[in-house]
Design a binder for this molecule. Structure first.
Ligand code: AQP
Length: 341
C-alpha cells in the first residue's frame, strides 16, 4: 500500500485541572510556542477539559475558571490564536466521538498497564472512574482527530504517546487502511521533567496538595522568590559538571529549571555557577524566574479581565478545528461501517 503523506501538524493539550505550573510551561507550552513560530507545522493546542474530570470531579465554576485561565496562559506565553488553532476540547464534539471508537480499539491490558492510571488510581483502583482508565484512548483521539504528526509533551506523557501509536497501528491494521499517522513524540529541552520543589524525586504537579511544591504561572515575584528560597537542596556547593548531579535530584532540578528558563544548557549553568552555595544560586535563579515569568503572569491577569474575549477566541478556534476534525471523523465512521446517509 502506498504510504499516505500527512500534513506536518502539531497537536498537544493541557488539562484545566488546576492552575498552570512551571512544569507545564517548561515541559509543554514553551515548546508549543517554538513549534508554532518555527513555521513548518500547522499547530493545534487544546485545553483538555474532558480529561480534567477523570481523576476527580471539579466544582463547575472552578473548571470554567481554570479553562479560561489556561487559555490566558497559552496566549500570554506566546501562542497566537491567529497562527495556532486554540480550542477547548469539549467544544469540538468529535474528540469524544473518536474517543469512543478508540475505546473499542484499545485493549484492557494496554490501559491497565499505564503508569499514570496506576499512580492516579492508587491502592483503590475499584473506586477510580472509568474515565481515568479510558484517558489515554481519549488522548489518542485528541491527537489523531487532526492526523497530528508531532506531539510536544513532557517526559511523563511518553507512555501515553506510545499507546497512541499502538492505537493508530491497530486501527490501520484491523481495517486494512493507512488512515491514521504514527505520531512522533517531541520530548526535548532541559526541563522535560520539572520536579517538585520539596522533593526532587517527584514530578511538579498542579494537583499536588501543597502549593510550595510548585511555581504557579500566576505567582507574583515575591511568591516565586520565596518558593525558590525554601526549595529543598543539599549543603554541598554546585559541582562543575552535570554528571556530579546524578545523585542530587533537588540540586539537579534547580539547575535544569535555570537552564530551561535561560535557554542555555545545564552544563552552561554549572560553568557560570560552579562552587556557589545554594543560598547564592537561588537568588540568581529567582532573578531569572521572575524576569521570565512575571510578564506572563501579568498578561494572564490582563486577559482574565475580559472573559468574553477568551470565550470568543475559543469559539472561533472550535470552528477552525472542526474544518479538520469533522471530515476525519466522518471518514473514520465510514471505514468502521457506520451508516452515513
Ligand atoms: N513537572 C512537569 N515537567 C515537565 N512537563 C510537565 N507537564 C506536566 N507536568 C510537568 C507537561 O504538561 C503537559 C500537560 O500536562 P497535563 O496538565 O495534561 O497533565 P499532567 O502531566 O498530569 O500535569 P500535572 O500538572 O501533573 O496535572 P495533574 O496534577 O492534574 O495530573 C504535558 O505535556 C505534560 O507532560
Amino acid at each position: 500500500m502506498a504510504q499516505t503523506q500527512f500534513t506536518q501538524r502539531v497537536f498537544s493539550g493541557i488539562q484545566p485541572s488546576g492552575g498552570l505550573t512551571l512544569g507545564n510551561y517548561l515541559g509543554a507550552i514553551k515548546r508549543f510556542v517554538d513549534m508554532q513560530d518555527e513555521g513548518s507545522f500547522q499547530t493545534v493546542y487544546c485545553m483538555v477539559d474532558l480529561h480534567a474530570i477523570t481523576a476527580k470531579l471539579l466544582d463547575p465554576d472552578t473548571l470554567r475558571h481554570n479553562t479560561r485561565e489556561l487559555c490566558a496562559g497559552f496566549i500570554a506565553s506566546g501562542i497566537d490564536p491567529e497562527k495556532s488553532i486554540l480550542i477547548n476540547q469539549s467544544q469540538v464534539p468529535e474528540h469524544a466521538q473518536l474517543g469512543w471508537i478508540f475505546s473499542c480499539i484499545a485493549r484492557m491490558g494496554w490501559m491497565e498497564r499505564m503508569t499514570q492510571y496506576k499512580d492516579k488510581s492508587g491502592k483503590n483502583a475499584e473506586a477510580a472512574s472509568l474515565g481515568l482508565l479510558a484517558y489515554p484512548a481519549l488522548m489518542a483521539a485528541d491527537i489523531l482527530l487532526y492526523h497530528a504528526t508531532h506531539v510536544p509533551v513532557g517526559d511523563d506523557q511518553k507512555q501515553h504517546l506510545e499507546l497512541t501509536r499502538d492505537i493508530a497501528a491497530k486501527f490501520n491494521h484491523d481495517y486494512g487502511v493507512d488512515f491514521f499517522p504514527i505520531t512522533e513524540p517531541v520530548i526535548e529541552g532541559a526541563a522535560t521533567r520539572v520536579m517538585n520543589l520539596q522533593d526532587g524525586t517527584k514530578k511538579m504537579s498542579k494537583s499536588d496538595p501543597s502549593d510550595k511544591t510548585r511555581i504557579n504561572m500566576t505567582d507574583d515575584a515575591d511568591t516565586i522568590a520565596k518558593k525558590i528560597r525554601k526549595a529543598k537542596t543539599d549543603p554541598d556547593p554546585l559541582p562543575d559538571n552535570t554528571d556530579a548531579l546524578t545523585d542530587r535530584p533537588d540540586a539537579r532540578n534547580l539547575v535544569n529549571i535555570y537552564a530551561a528558563l535561560g535557554d542555555i544548557t545545564p552544563q552552561a549553568v554549572l560553568d557560570q555557577h560552579a562552587g556557589a552555595l545554594f543560598g547564592h544560586f537561588k537568588v540568581a535563579l529567582s532573578d531569572v524566574a521572575v524576569d521570565k515569568l512575571a510578564p506572563i503572569s501579568s498578561e494572564m491577569s490582563r486577559l482574565m479581565d475580559d472573559p468574553a474575549e477568551i470565550d470568543r477566541i475559543l469559539r472561533r478556534g472550535a470552528d477552525r478545528a472542526r474544518e479538520i476534525s469533522v471530515p476525519i471523523l466522518e471518514k473514520t465512521y465510514d471505514i468502521v461501517g457506520m451508516l452515513r446517509s
